[in-house]
Design a protein around this ligand. Structure first.
Ligand SMILES: [Zn+2]
Length: 706
C-alpha cells in the first residue's frame, strides 16, 4: 500500500495518464484521498485507521515535493501565476493528511499514534526545510517579488507575495549551503526535543492520580465530587474519587477543598510536572531547545530567538514592544495581588486558622472573598449554564452579528460518536461546516481549542471552510443536561470566536485565509467574542435554569458584573509571569541557562509575590517548548486582549451597543473576513479609525488608567 500510494501520488504530476493510478491510491488510503460527499467533500473519518497515517504522510510529502520541483524547474520565466499561485495549489494532499492526522494526535491518541508522531515529526520538519531551502524555488519567488511593483497585483496578491518571500527569507533561503544544512539539522533536533517535551508532560499529567475516599472531600460541591467519582470509575476504581494531575481536575479541588494538607499535596504535584528530576524531567530538554533556538536565530541574522520570531511575523514587530506592554501592566497586577492577599489573610485570621496564605490557599480563600464581598457563589450560577443552551446562544449571537444560521447535519462521517456537525448558512448561501467535539475522553488532549479542517478560498473555484471546536466537558448521565462553569462558558465563546474567524473568511488565497494571521492577532477575534456571553440578550434567552427553565435572575447577573474585576491580581500576574519569563528566556541569547535557577532569579527581580507561581512554570510550558508555536509569543494573549477590549469599546460607544449593526459590519469587513490579506495594523485602523488603546483593558481589570 505504501509503495502504491507513494508512486501514484508523485507520478500523478509527471504524467497526465496517472488518473487511474491516483484513483487506486484513493481507494487504498482514505487519508490521502480527496474528500468527497456533500458540502464540497468532507473527511472520510469512518474509513480512517491508524496504520493509514505513516504511508499517507509519506505520500503527501512526496506529492508536495514533486509539485515544488515542478514549480522550481519550470522552464518558463517566473510569473505570479506559475510561481506564487502554483505554490498556493501545492501541498493539497499533505494538507488533508495532516489535518486528519492532527485530529488523531490531539483527540484520539494511543501509544501507536504517539509512536508514529515520534518518528514522523522530525521527517516533517526536514520536509519543510527542504522546501524552504530550495534555492531554485527561492530564486523564482525573489524574481517575482522584485518585479511586484510592475505586476498590477491586487492588494491581496501584493501581500501574498510579501508573505511568501518573507517566510522563505526568515527561514534561511538566502543562507549558504553549510548554514542551510545546519538550520535543517537544528530543526530536526528541535522537532525531536519538542515531541519528547510533550510526551514527558503528558506522562506527568497521566501518572500522578491521587485517589481519595469520601471522607477526604470536605468542601467540594456535588458536581466536583461527581466528576471525580466518574473519573475514578473510568480508571476501574468505582466508589473512589480521583484528582488527575491536569488543570481541569486540580483547579476546582484547590478552589473548594477544606483540606489544606491535601491542597498542598495536589498543588505541589501539579506545579512539579516535568520538574521531578526523573526520566521525565524536562529541564535538560529546555536547555537544549534554548541553545538550538539561539544558534538558529544567529544563523538567520537576528540577535536572539525572540527578535527572529517577532520580526515581520507579528503585530508587535519587536520583543521590546511586547515587553513594554507587559511591563506597563505588571506593577498594577502585582499591587492588586497584595490587596487580594491582605483581604484573604484577614479572613483566615478571623477564622483563627493561624496560617499565612500560601500558593495552595489562594484559590480557596479567594472564593471566600468572592462570597463575602460580592455575595456571589459561582455554584448558584452553574444551574443556569447548560452546555447545549449556551451553544444555541453562541449561534444566536453570531446570527445577530454576522447573519449566520446553523442547521444540524447527520449525513457526514465523524471521528468519534461524541462529535456533532452543523451546516452554517447566511441566508440561502452555504458558508461552511462546524464540527463540535465537546466531551473529554482518554487520548484527547486537555483544554479547549479550534481548528480548521479546510480553509475558505476562491482562487481555483469556491472552496468553503470546515472548522471545529473541541473541549473537555464531562458528559452527564443520559438525558441529563451538562452544566458548565462561567469560566468554561467564556472559553466556549472564545473558541467559537476562532471558528467565526474561519467561517467569516472571504479571501482569494488559502494561505491568507481565516485564522492564518499573525500569532498576536489571532487571539483578537476569539477574545472579542467572549463579550457576547455577558449580554442580557444572550443570558435572558439562553442562560436558563436546567430544572425550571427560568432565565438567570438579573440580580445574579448584576453580581457577576460587579465581581468582574475579582481575582484579577491573581489571573493577570500568573499569566504575565509566564509571558515575561518566556520572553526573557528567548532574549537571553546563547547564554547557558539553568531553567529552574533562571525562573527563580528573574521572578525575584520582577518582584513576583510569594503567594502564587507562573501559570505555566518553565518545565511544563507546552505553549513554548512543545513547538516553536508560542515561543517568545505567550505575550500574544495580552496583546490580543488589549485589542479585543478596545474593539468592544467601539461597540459600547455606538447606539446599538454590542449589537450595533454598523460596528458589526466594520468588524466583519476589516477583521473577521480579511484573514491575513491585509496587515493587522491596517485592518484594525480601518475598523477602529485609530490604533488600539490599552485604556479599555486597564479599566476592564479595574487597574488605574493614568
Ligand atoms: Zn484562543
Amino acid at each position: 500500500m505504501r509503495r502504491r500510494t507513494f508512486l501514484a501520488a508523485s507520478s500523478a504530476l509527471a504524467a497526465t495518464t496517472a488518473v487511474p493510478l491516483h484513483a487506486l491510491a484513493q481507494a487504498a488510503n482514505p487519508v490521502t484521498a480527496p474528500w468527497t460527499g456533500p458540502f464540497g467533500g468532507v473527511p472520510a473519518f469512518d474509513k480512517v485507521r491508524v496504520e493509514h497515517f505513516k504511508p499517507a504522510l509519506e505520500a503527501g510529502m512526496a506529492e508536495e515535493w514533486a509539485e515544488i520541483e515542478a514549480i522550481a524547474n519550470n522552464p518558463q520565466p517566473p510569473t505570479f501565476a506559475n510561481t506564487i499561485e502554483a505554490l498556493e495549489r501545492s501541498g493539497a494532499t499533505l494538507d488533508r493528511v495532516q489535518t486528519i492526522y492532527g485530529i488523531w494526535v490531539a483527540t484520539l491518541s494511543t501509544p501507536e499514534v504517539r509512536a508514529i508522531d515520534k518518528e514522523m515529526q522530525p521527517k516533517m520538519a526536514a520536509h519543510n526545510d527542504r522546501i524552504l531551502q530550495n534555492a531554485k524555488l527561492f530564486q523564482r519567488i525573489d524574481t517575482v517579488y522584485q518585479q511586484r511593483g510592475k505586476l498590477k497585483l491586487t492588494p491581496e496578491q501584493d501581500r501574498l507575495i510579501w508573505l511568501r518571500w518573507n517566510s522563505f527569507v526568515r527561514n534561511g533561503a538566502k543562507l549558504d549551503a553549510a548554514a542551510k544544512a545546519r538550520v535543517a539539522a537544528i530543526n530536526s533536533e528541535l522537532a525531536a526535543a519538542f515531541t519528547a517535551f510533550s510526551q514527558n508532560l503528558l506522562h506527568d499529567e497521566n501518572e500522578y492520580d491521587l485517589f481519595l475516599k469520601e471522607a477526604d472531600l470536605a468542601g467540594l460541591p456535588p458536581d466536583v465530587r461527581a466528576a471525580m467519582a466518574a473519573a475514578a470509575k473510568g480508571k476501574g476504581r468505582d466508589g473512589e474519587y480521583v484528582i488527575v494531575n491536569t488543570r481541569s481536575s486540580v483547579d476546582p479541588f484547590l478552589t473548594y477543598s477544606e483540606r489544606r494538607d491535601l491542597r498542598e499535596k495536589v498543588w505541589k504535584t501539579y506545579y512539579s510536572r516535568g520538574d521531578n528530576g526523573d526520566a521525565h524531567d524536562n529541564n535538560a530538554l529546555i536547555k537544549k531547545i534554548l541553545k538550538l533556538r539561539a544558534e538558529r536565530a544567529k544563523l538567520f541574522g537576528y540577535p536572539t530567538h525572540a527578535h527572529w520570531r517577532l520580526a515581520n511575523n507579528s503585530m508587535a514587530e519587536t520583543p521590546q514592544a511586547g515587553m513594554e506592554l507587559m511591563e506597563r501592566v505588571w506593577p498594577f497586577a502585582v499591587a492588586r495581588v497584595k490587596e487580594e492577599v491582605a483581604e484573604m489573610q484577614a479572613i483566615a485570621d478571623k477564622e483563627g486558622t493561624k496560617i499565612k496564605i500560601a500558593p495552595w490557599d489562594y484559590r480557596f480563600y479567594a472564593e471566600k472573598v468572592r462570597k463575602a464581598r460580592y455575595d456571589l457563589d459561582m455554584n448558584e450560577v452553574k444551574p443556569y449554564l447548560q452546555l447545549e443552551k449556551l451553544r444555541e446562544g453562541m449561534f444566536w449571537a453570531s446570527g445577530q452579528l454576522y447573519g449566520f444560521t446553523f442547521h444540524p447535519v447527520t449525513n457526514v462521517p465523524v471521528q468519534h460518536p461524541g462529535v456533532r456537525v452543523w451546516e452554517v448558512k447566511r441566508g440561502p448561501e452555504h458558508i461552511g461546516l462546524w464540527y463540535f467535539d465537546p466531551y473529554a475522553r482518554t487520548g484527547k488532549r486537555s483544554g479547549a481549542w479550534m481548528n480548521a479542517y479546510r480553509t475558505q478560498e476562491t482562487f481555483d473555484g469556491k472552496v468553503t471552510t470546515i472548522v471545529s471546536n473541541n473541549s473537555n466537558f464531562v458528559k452527564g448521565a443520559p438525558g441529563e443536561p451538562v452544566l458548565i462553569s462561567w469560566d468554561d462558558a467564556e472559553t466556549m465563546f472564545h473558541e467559537f470566536g476562532h471558528a467565526l474567524h474561519g467561517l467569516n473568511s472571504a479571501v482569494t488565497y488559502p494561505s491568507v485565509s481565516g485564522t492564518r494571521v499573525f500569532r498576536d492577532y489571532v487571539e483578537f477575534p476569539s477574545t472579542v467574542n467572549e463579550s457576547w456571553l455577558r449580554t442580557p440578550e444572550v443570558l435572558n434567552r439562553f442562560a436558563l435554569h436546567h430544572q425550571t427553565g427560568k432565565p438567570i435572575p438579573a440580580e445574579l447577573v448584576a453580581k457577576i458584573e460587579k465581581a468582574s474585576t475579582f481575582r484579577q491580581g491573581f489571573d493577570v500576574t500568573e499569566f504575565l509571569a509566564s509571558a515575561l519569563i518566556d520572553m526573557k528566556l528567548h532574549l537571553a541569547g546563547d547564554a547557558d541557562i539553568d531553567p529552574d535557577a533562571f525562573e527563580r532569579e528573574e521572578l525575584k527581580k520582577l518582584g513576583m509575590p510569594d503567594e502564587l507561581v507562573m501559570r505555566h512554570r518553565t518545565p511544563q510550558f507546552g505553549h513554548v517548548f512543545s513547538s516553536d508555536g508560542y515561543s517568545a509569543g505567550y505575550y500574544s494573549y495580552l496583546w490580543a486582549e488589549v485589542i479585543a477590549l478596545d474593539a468592544v469599546e467601539a461597540f459600547r460607544e455606538a447606539p446599538g451597543g454590542l449589537y450595533d449593526k454598523g460596528v458589526a459590519k466594520r468588524l466583519h469587513d476589516h477583521v473577521m473576513s480579511v484573514g491575513n490579506s491585509i496587515h493587522p495594523r491596517e485592518g484594525y485602523r480601518k475598523f477602529r479609525g485609530r490604533d488600539p488603546d490599552v485604556k479599555a483593558y486597564l479599566e476592564d481589570k479595574g487597574f488605574p488608567t493614568n
